[in-house]
Design a protein around this ligand. Structure first.
Ligand SMILES: [Zn+2]
Length: 344
């Protein structure tokens, strides 16, 4: 009898705490409200298929020779990024140089000196708190006969960052500066071991403690085999790993502004591909910064010379960019910075 009583009271305690947890989550969900929907829409609409296309075509052109880190083609690509920010009058926290230089000694595999490119829009209320939107700029280079243009990997992510930077700049010029700073970070050496992000997180321009979140983009212009009949999707990886709030912000941003199918299949801890650990965001997560990794999954042209710009789905690239823009907008403008409620 006694044993049964104990069992019963344990069940009750369990039920109560589950209920409390459910209520807390409900409250958290309800607390996420975009108060400035119209304003967000205005700047979302400056993100266009045509401009994304132009950026992808330029960035994955033969001129940049497959953008292998440390090689002339990648230096040229870095210069293109820097010139874009100068032309758009978007400053760098590093002053006029825009480059975070990484010495040859930091790399292995015979990679020469290379650089991350960093631009930002300063926050009006909490300038020291930053949201980092990142995409790697390097790729596989070329061999005797072919260039690895890397249009999806990662011309797509790079184009998305450039378009978002322009949209946030327009908003700032119209008097809608973000409350927190937004950093646009183009990382080198991802393909040779996540070097650019490891370097940045070791020698951050803004302290890791003040880094609110990292939204990392690596391949968002294509459709994988699993979604051939339902293309309106993106894989969202990592959003709930450190911050429950971040996960719900991402969902609300999608509901209001992008309408994509958010696929969490690759976020499962037991997923054999382990993508959470395989791109630049992971170096931020390891330092306790909540991250989201946006990804379209692998396809037949992944890491092949056939990853070319005419194969990109630009309408889909635009929708995915909108999701990321709206998420960044919320993170940069919410009253309080998001709460980290889980351990690394
Ligand atoms: Zn990549």
């Amino acid at each position: 009898m006694k044993v049964q009583l104990v069992a019963l009271s344990l069940t009750l305690v369990g039920a109560c705490s589950t209920l409390r947890h459910t209520k807390k989550i409900e409250k958290l969900k309800e607390s996420i409200v975009f108060e400035d929907t119209q304003t967000v829409e205005t700047y979302l609409n400056t993100i266009t298929e045509d401009e994304l296309k132009e950026h992808v075509y330029t960035f994955s052109s033969d001129e940049f020779q497959g953008r292998r880190a440390g090689e002339p083609g990648h230096h040229k690509a870095s210069k293109f990024l820097k010139d874009y920010y100068i032309q758009e009058d978007i400053k760098s926290p590093l002053g006029s140089k825009y480059y975070q230089y990484i010495p040859e000694a930091y790399f292995s595999e015979g990679i020469k000196d290379s650089q991350n490119v960093i631009a930002f829009i300063e926050g009006s209320q909490f300038p020291n708190e930053v949201i980092i939107i990142s995409a790697h700029s390097d790729h596989e280079g070329f061999n005797a006969t072919e260039i690895y243009n890397g249009a999806d990997d990662n011309g797509s992510g790079t184009a998305a960052v450039l378009e978002m930077a322009q949209a946030f700049k327009k908003a700032a010029l119209d008097g809608h500066s973000p409350k927190r700073s937004i950093v646009f970070l183009h990382l080198t050496g991802e393909e040779v071991g996540l070097n650019g992000s490891r370097y940045y997180t070791q020698y951050p321009v803004f302290s890791m403690k003040n880094t609110v979140a990292n939204l990392n983009i690596d391949m968002i212009g294509r459709v994988d085999d699993a979604h051939k009949d339902a293309e309106n999707y993106v894989y969202v990886i990592g959003a709930d790993r450190l911050s429950t709030e971040l996960h719900y912000i991402s969902e609300e941003a999608n509901n209001k502004f992008a309408g994509l199918d958010l696929d969490y299949k690759l976020n499962k801890d037991n997923d054999p591909n382990r993508y959470y650990y395989r791109s630049d965001h992971y170096n931020f997560a390891q330092k306790g910064v909540p991250v989201i990794f946006y990804f379209n999954g692998e396809h037949e042209d992944y890491h092949e010379p056939t990853d070319t710009p005419e194969k990109i789905n630009y309408a889909l690239l635009k929708q995915r960019t909108k999701l990321i823009f709206a998420t960044a907008w919320y993170l940069a403008n919410s009253k309080n910075r998001i709460i980290v409620d889980k351990d690394i």
